[in-house]
Design a protein around this ligand. Structure first.
Ligand code: FMN
Length: 216
């Protein structure tokens, strides 16, 4: 079994889906990001808006988890979560986060580094009410990242809230909302033949974006 897995792990393929040329670079990396997002959507990449969010805890240990990018506003990337979750505690301690997108069907990877900060209560509230009612209730039912002894507790809590809000709108949970990530570094990676990939690094230096090609 292990031998077979290790054999599978050695499988390789060439990355031939495209190129990133310097004339395609935009001044602001979020503009190029939006072009690539559209490409990912048109290439029908499932869950193309999912990103790995990296945070750092008090012991300088890095953590990652997938979250959904729900909006880009004023060049900032917005996601939603529970303010008592592990990630939220990390952000409170260290607002520097990473966001990683992998769209390997089109041989692309994007890494964004930036600072995360809570969006306004009104904006979180507005998004909350776009969610289906049961998804609103699930936020009330889960104290995200807390230890629980079994699944029944979760389902029982969900049912209790479902009953409670049966004939009313679900109140907005103040312990939940959005973060916006204001980026200061972006790296665009386009896979190329023979692993000679295109990589361009954007860095915000004295409020100006500087872009440089980097070795694969
Ligand atoms: C495809 C996918 C999408 C997810 N989207 C979100 C999201 O938008 N917000 C969120 O809080 N958790 C989301 N999760 C769950 C997180 O990955 C994670 O388990 C949860 O937020 C708790 O993380 P933490 O304990 O590190 O805070 C998603 C998971 C997957 C696999």
């Amino acid at each position: 079994m292990n031998k077979k897995i290790n054999k599978i792990l050695l499988s390789r393929r060439e990355y031939l889906k495209g190129k990133l040329r310097s004339f395609q670079l935009t001044y602001h990396p979020i503009n190029l990001f939006k072009i690539w997002l559209k490409d990912a959507y048109e290439a029908k990449i499932p869950d193309f808006n999912m990103m790995s969010l990296g945070t750092i805890d008090k012991n300088h240990q890095s953590h990652q988890r997938i979250v959904s990018m729900k909006k880009i506003e004023k060049k900032k990337i917005i996601f939603f979560t529970n303010f008592s979750s592990k990630k939220a505690l990390h952000i409170k301690y260290n607002s520097r986060v990473s966001l990683l997108f992998i769209w390997n069907n089109i041989n692309r990877q994007i890494l964004l580094l930036g600072t995360a900060k809570k969006i306004s209560h009104d904006k979180s509230l507005k998004y909350f009410y776009t969610r289906p009612k049961l998804s609103q209730i699930s936020i009330w039912a889960s104290q995200q990242s807390r230890k629980i002894s079994n699944r029944n507790i979760l389902e029982h809590t969900f049912k209790t809230f479902q009953k409670k809000f049966e004939n009313s709108i679900v109140p907005f949970p103040k312990f939940w909302g959005g973060y916006q990530v204001d980026i200061y570094t972006a790296e665009f990676w386009q896979g190329r033949r023979n692993r000679l990939h295109d990589r361009f690094l954007y860095e915000k230096i004295h409020s100006k974006w500087i872009v440089t090609r980097i070795a694969p």
